[in-house]
Write a protein that binds this ligand. Structure first.
Ligand code: ADP
Length: 464
């Protein structure tokens, strides 16, 4: 890229400089020739006025004036008869008078009336005027050697070429520096991206002085952070899942061995041990189902199968499932459920939502092991408000943004006796979003959390 940029910059500047140089060349020669014509015409007009009508008595004065011009202006001046005989001249011509006259004659085509003409011969720019001197028609010829003009033009042109070459060299250097400054940050970014691709998320995309590249760096840093988060989540999930799978498996194996070797003949013990095996197998099934469900739900594989059902009875049914916790682990459920509320939703999926939310309340509630479940009718809003409250340590504002993410689990999740996969709330979110139901969490640190879902209220018999 750097070479390409450099090449383009260089070609562009060479083109510009060449065009400017060519234009300067043209302007310079035409400006010089115009200037020379003006000069020669001024000299010629001045001399014509001075010499015209003079008699031979003024020959000395005329010669003096002609010499003065010749000296100061670098021109040759000659006064010729119309037959070509030179009367007065300032310099012997390099060729003979005859050829000068021949050139003059072919240019003026033999005119004798008073006029003036500028013409150029091989190496001279000539001004000729027809005047009267010593009572006879004469030609006053002012000759300006072109080589003087050409020399100035040439030296100016040489300067232009030198300046152009220097400018091109400078342009080459500047374009090299520029190309490097543009391409270096891009090269750096691509190097950093390669390191990131190899799994190093500690890399930082450096900012650059060009706004667009700085923006690109910023976006890549953002993308990197997001990828890192997702990678961390996945790693954590793998760690959690393998940990969670291993625990029930170890228990199943341990209790199966116990049944085989110790309690096989004792029906009471055997019964107890077999129950542990069944419970742990159930836990395993639940865990695997959670993982499968999350990927299925988020992949959009499962369609919604909406129908009207009695939410009140449905909720009581779910609460019954938690009864065993009340009996075995000292949990206290406070239930406030309005009777006969109907909603329209996918029953099976709503089961997952409510079950997950109550499970979380059980898992995260405080030492008092209290969980409050309510289902309230709000006819004026046409809604049924479901809420489940716990007395746990609550969820911080920062954490609130993440709890609905896939695989998110709070850092101290492993410290709790009941472990989850970090998928539960993600499943809840996907299902409720698919239904377009309002849901969320209100929580205060130290006071517990309330998760809520607003269901639409419908009459018990669906309208046909
Ligand atoms: P998990 O299997 O870890 O419970 P969830 O997706 O159900 O996964 O929850 C994600 C995270 O949200 C939990 O790890 C926890 O940090 C937080 N969380 C969920 N419910 C509660 C709650 N009732 N009280 C406090 N924190 C909660």
């Amino acid at each position: 890229m750097q070479v390409l940029l450099w090449r383009y910059f260089a070609i562009f500047t060479i083109l510009v400089i060449t065009v400017v140089a060519i234009v300067c060349f043209g302007i310079l020669s035409s400006a010089y020739s115009t200037q020379a014509r003006e000069r020669i015409s001024t000299i010629g007009t001045g001399l014509t006025l001075f010499v015209d009508g003079k008699t031979s008595g003024f020959t000395g004065e005329v010669g003096g004036e002609m010499n003065r011009y010749a000296f100061t202006e670098g021109v040759d001046i000659v006064l010729l008869t119309i037959d070509g005989a030179s009367l007065i001249y300032t310099n012997e011509p390099s060729d003979d008078w005859q050829s000068v006259f021949g050139e003059l004659n072919s240019s003026i085509n033999g005119w004798t009336e008073r006029k003036a003409l500028i013409y150029s011969s091989e190496s001279m720019l000539n001004y000729v005027s027809c005047i009267t001197f010593n009572n006879q028609q004469c030609y006053l010829l002012v000759r300006y050697p072109m080589f003087i003009m050409m020399e100035s033009v040439r030296s100016m042109q040489l300067y232009i070429v030198i300046i152009a070459v220097v400018a091109i060299v400078i342009a080459f250097i500047i374009s090299y520096i520029l190309a490097q400054r543009i391409s270096r940050p891009i090269r750096d970014i691509s190097g950093t991206a390669m390191r990131m691709a190899k799994g190093d998320y500690s890399v930082q995309f450096a900012s650059a002085e060009f706004e667009e590249i700085a923006q690109l760096s910023e976006s890549l840093n953002y993308a990197k952070d997001e990828i890192k988060k997702s990678d961390d989540f996945q790693k954590e999930l793998l760690a959690n899942v393998s940990h969670d799978l291993r625990t029930p498996l170890t228990m199943i194996k341990a209790y199966a061995s116990m049944v085989k070797e110790i309690s096989g003949d004792d029906p009471v013990k055997r019964e107890k041990h077999l129950q542990v095996i069944i419970d742990e197998a159930d836990r395993l099934t639940g865990l695997v189902n959670d993982i499968l469900n999350a990927s299925k739900v988020s992949a959009g594989l499962s369609e919604l199968n909406k129908k009207v059902f009695n939410l009140t009875e449905f909720l009581y049914g779910i609460m019954n499932k938690f009864d065993y916790l009340q009996e075995t682990s000292g949990y206290k459920f406070f239930v406030d459920i309005d009777p006969n509320l109907y909603t329209l939703a996918d029953e099976e999926k709503i089961y997952q939502v409510i079950y997950n939310l109550i499970s979380n309340a059980v898992n995260y509630t405080g030492e008092d092991k209290c969980v409050y479940v309510s289902l309230k009718d709000c006819p004026e809003e046409g809604r049924i408000k479901f809420a489940v409250r716990d007395t746990g340590k609550g969820i911080s504002e920062e954490e609130k943004e993440h709890i609905w993410d896939r695989y998110y689990r709070s850092k101290d999740a492993h410290a709790r006796p009941v472990k989850g996969t970090g998928l539960g709330l993600n499943i809840v979110k996907i299902i409720l979003q698919a239904h377009s139901f309002d849901f969320g969490v209100n929580s205060k640190i130290g006071e517990g959390s309330t998760f809520y879902v607003d269901f639409p209220e419908v009459s018990s018999t669906p309208a046909n």
